[in-house]
Write a protein that binds this ligand. Structure first.
Ligand code: SAM
Length: 249
């Protein structure tokens, strides 16, 4: 690839039986623009193109019996090898799987370190385990529920990671301020009109006092994390990042 260091482009490769699911998401809004600006590139690879038999078979029944079909290791491997002809520390092969550790904002930041992310989208009952052993660096789950396929999870990961590429979101502060970036939820937000259905915008936000506004937002952020996500709040306290905001002297 011709990735120059001053204009890095993060390549996403999706291995899938359903490439039609991708263009609407990847072509819209920030993701579409990231691609136009050369900050990210998105390529879908139809696994079925790698099936060599007359019927273009991509799946088969599981040894030992059981429900459903499994994606064949040889077909997956041919598709993978076309993208990853040799191992490279800057290339990461990810399998979307309900068995992986939960994908997080933290992991999204870490994935920015790679040049190329290869996302394997399972379908049916999943994949022949030997392909996973042979090729997959890491499994990732988007949550404790089971989808029909890895396509939506792959899009979730591509969207989350692309948003973090410097230059994709116009104002970097808006990413740094997001919920979860510092382990807390973002404070509530308001726009015009000032009164809507008798509900007023908190007075402090109209004060023009930026120090006071920042302190209010910080306090709200803590308060609502504690209320809405006690699990995050516990982790935040445990991280030692929990010193109370400095009192104004
Ligand atoms: N039989 C598999 C199991 O029990 O582990 C589940 C297969 S699921 C119906 C089909 C595919 O959807 C999986 O191979 C995976 O790629 C994807 N998938 C389903 N749930 C997922 C999740 N929570 N996170 C990421 N990928 C998921």
């Amino acid at each position: 690839s011709s990735k120059s260091s001053n204009s890095p482009c993060l390549e996403f490769h999706f291995l899938t039986l359903f490439p039609d699911l991708f263009p609407a998401v990847l072509g819209t809004s920030l993701l579409g623009r990231a691609q136009e600006q050369g900050l990210a590139s998105f390529t879908t690879h139809q696994l079925r193109d790698q099936a060599k038999d007359k019927h273009r078979t991509v799946d088969d029944t599981p040894y030992g019996g059981g429900a459903g079909m499994l994606m064949k290791a040889d077909v997956l491997y041919a598709a993978w090898q076309a993208i990853v002809p040799e191992r490279n520390p800057k290339t990461r092969t990810l399998l979307l799987s309900p068995q992986g550790p939960r994908f997080t904002q933290k992991r999204a930041h870490e994935l920015l370190a790679y040049d190329r992310l290869v996302l394997i989208c399972g379908h049916y009952e999943g994949l022949d385990e030997r392909f996973i052993e042979e090729c997959v660096d890491e499994e990732l789950s988007i949550g404790d529920y089971v989808l029909t396929g890895g396509e939506l999870p792959a899009l979730v990961i591509a969207d989350t990671v692309t948003r973090l590429i410097p230059g994709v979101v116009g104002n970097p502060a808006s990413v740094a301020d997001d919920s979860l970036e510092n382990g807390l939820l973002k404070s509530p937000q308001y726009t015009r009109p000032r009164v809507w259905r008798d509900r007023e915008v908190p007075e402090i936000l109209l004060s023009g006092n930026h120090t006071a506004i920042a302190a209010w937002r910080d306090a709200e952020s803590r308060r609502r994390t504690q209320a809405k996500r006690p699990d995050l709040w516990e982790a935040f306290l445990a991280s030692g990042a929990s010193l109370p905001p400095k009192k104004k002297s």
